[in-house]
Design a protein around this ligand. Structure first.
Ligand code: NAD
Ligand SMILES: O=C(O)C(=O)C[C@@H](O)[C@H](O)[C@H](O)COP(=O)(O)O
Ligand code: ZN
Length: 371
C-alpha cells in the first residue's frame, strides 16, 4: 500500500523558522515527507472557509487537498490557475477575487497556495489584497518554490511592462515543503530551480556549490544524494535574509543576485523561459560585471559558468537583444531614478551593490554572455 500525503511522517521534518520582521509574525518552513497533516493546525480554528489555489498541472493534488480539508469540516473551494507565468496576471487575480467574493470569504478565512513559484506568488498576492490581507499558507511543489518563492513574503504579478511590477510583502503563516512533490516535476523545471539554489551558494553558503560540484548529475533530480540538504541550505539562506529585512530596504537586495538581467530576459522571451534559466544567465552576467568592475576574482567568476552549465542551465543569451534588455532593466525595482543598480560579488559569499556602472562596463559584461 502506498502512503498518503496526509499519513504521519515517518521521519521528523526539518523545521526552519523564519523570524518575524517589520512587525510580522515568525513562521516555520517544514521540509520532509507527508506533511499535509500539518495543514489544519496552520489554518487554525478561526477559519470557516479555505480556498485552495493550484495550477492546472496539479488539478489532482489540488482536489486532494481540498477534499481532505472538507473532510475536516472546512467549507472549501478549489480555484484552478493557468500553469506557470500565465497565472501571474491581473486577470487571474481578479478571477480569484470573484471566486472568493462568491464564496463569502471573510477576514478569518484562509488561502492555501499549492504549486510552483508562479502559483504561490499569485496565491500570496490574492491573500495580500483580499479584504486588505488574509492568512495564507504555501505548499510549494517545485525546487524553486521551496527554496525561494514560497519563503519570504514577496508576492506579486507581472504587467505588460515587466516582471513582478505589482505586488505586496505578505508573509505566509507557514510553508510545507513535501519533497515527494518533486517526483513529478519535469527535469527542465527541476533544473531551473537549481539556479536559485546555486544563487544561495554564491551569495552566502558556498557549501551548496561544493555539494552541486561533487555530483552535478545527481543534483539534477529529486533522488540525488544531496537533495534535502541543498533544499534546506538554500531555505536557511533565504530565511536569514528575510528575517532581517522583510521589505528589502537593504540586505534583502542580495537575493536579487542575477535578477536584473534575468527579469529582462524573461520579459523579452514573453515568459517562455523559466525564471531559473534566466537567473542562471543573469548570474553569469553579474559575475562578469563584478570581474570587470575589479571586484570579483577570476576563479569565482569562472566558477559561475562552470557550476551552472554542469547541471544543464543556460549561461548565454542571444546577443542581438541588448538595447531591449537594457531598456527593460531600467524599471528593475532596485533602480533609483535613472540609476541602474546591480548586485555583484566582492568575493565568494560577499554580495554588494554596484551603483550606476559605466555603460561600457555593462556592454563588456554583456559581450561575455552573448551567444
Ligand atoms: N516570491 C519570491 O520571492 C520568488 C522567488 C523566486 C521566484 N519567484 C517566482 O517563481 C516563479 C517561478 O516558479 P517555478 O520555477 O516554480 O515555476 P512555475 O511555478 O512556473 O512552475 C513550472 C511548471 O511546473 C508545474 N508544476 C509545479 N509543480 C509541479 C509538480 N510537482 N509536478 C509537475 N508539474 C509541476 C507548474 O504548473 C508549471 O507549469 C516565477 O514567476 C518567479 O518570478 C518568486
Ligand atoms: O526574495 C527576494 O527578495 C528575491 O529577490 C528572490 C528572487 O529570487 C525572486 O525571483 C523575487 O521574486 C524577485 O523579486 P523582485 O522584487 O526583483 O521582483
Ligand atoms: Zn528569483
Amino acid at each position: 500500500m502506498t502512503n498518503s500525503p496526509k499519513d504521519p511522517p515517518t521521519d521528523a521534518p526539518t523545521r526552519i523558522t523564519v523570524g518575524g520582521s517589520a512587525g510580522t509574525a515568525p513562521y516555520d518552513v517544514l521540509v520532509g515527507h507527508r506533511l499535509l497533516g500539518e495543514l489544519p493546525q496552520l489554518i487554525g480554528t478561526a477559519a470557516q472557509r479555505v480556498a485552495v489555489l493550484h495550477p492546472e498541472a496539479l488539478a489532482e493534488s489540488g482536489e486532494a487537498v481540498r477534499k481532505d480539508l472538507a473532510e475536516q469540516g472546512y467549507e472549501t473551494i478549489a480555484v484552478q490557475l493557468p500553469n506557470a507565468e500565465e497565472a501571474k496576471t491581473a486577470e487571474v487575480a481578479a478571477y480569484c477575487w470573484t471566486a472568493l467574493g462568491q464564496s463569502g470569504f471573510t477576514r478569518t478565512d484562509v488561502i492555501v497556495g499549492l504549486g510552483g513559484g508562479a502559483a504561490t506568488d499569485l496565491a500570496g498576492f490574492v491573500a495580500a489584497t483580499w479584504l486588505r490581507g488574509v492568512r495564507w499558507i504555501a505548499l510549494p511543489t517545485t525546487v524553486l518554490g521551496m527554496v525561494d518563492a514560497a519563503v519570504g513574503g514577496k508576492t506579486g504579478i507581472n504587467t505588460a511592462e515587466g516582471k513582478n511590477l505589482v505586488g505586496a510583502f505578505h508573509p505566509p503563516a507557514g510553508v510545507l515543503c513535501d519533497l515527494a512533490a518533486l517526483d513529478s516535476l519535469p527535469v527542465h523545471d527541476y533544473v531551473s530551480g537549481l539556479a536559485e539554489v546555486i544563487k544561495a551558494g554564491f551569495i552566502s553558503d558556498p557549501v551548496i556549490l561544493d555539494l552541486v560540484e561533487s555530483d552535478p548529475e545527481g543534483a539534477r533530480g529529486p533522488r540525488g544524494p544531496h537533495t534535502a540538504e541543498l533544499v534546506e541550505r538554500a531555505i536557511r539562506v533565504k530565511a536569514e535574509v528575510v528575517a532581517t529585512d522583510l521589505k528589502e530596504s537593504g540586505l534583502r537586495e542580495i537575493l536579487n543576485y542575477g535578477h536584473t538581467l534575468a527579469h529582462a530576459i524573461e520579459k523579452n522571451e514573453r515568459y517562455q523561459w523559466r525564471h531559473g534559466a534566466a537567473v542562471s544567465v543573469g548570474m553569469v552576467f553579474a559575475a562578469e560585471l563584478g570581474r570587470i568592475a575589479g571586484r570579483l576574482d577570476d576563479a569565482t567568476a569562472d566558477r559561475h559558468r562552470a557550476v551552472l552549465a554542469s547541471v544543464g542551465l543556460p549561461v548565454t543569451y542571444r546577443g542581438d537583444q541588448w538595447p531591449r534588455l537594457l531598456e527593460t532593466m531600467r524599471i528593475d525595482k532596485k533602480s533609483r531614478g535613472n540609476r541602474l543598480r546591480f548586485i555583484v560579488l566582492d568575493g565568494l559569499a560577499r554580495p554588494t551593490v554596484l551603483e550606476s556602472p559605466d555603460p561600457a562596463m555593462l556592454l563588456a559584461a554583456h559581450a561575455e554572455i552573448a551567444a
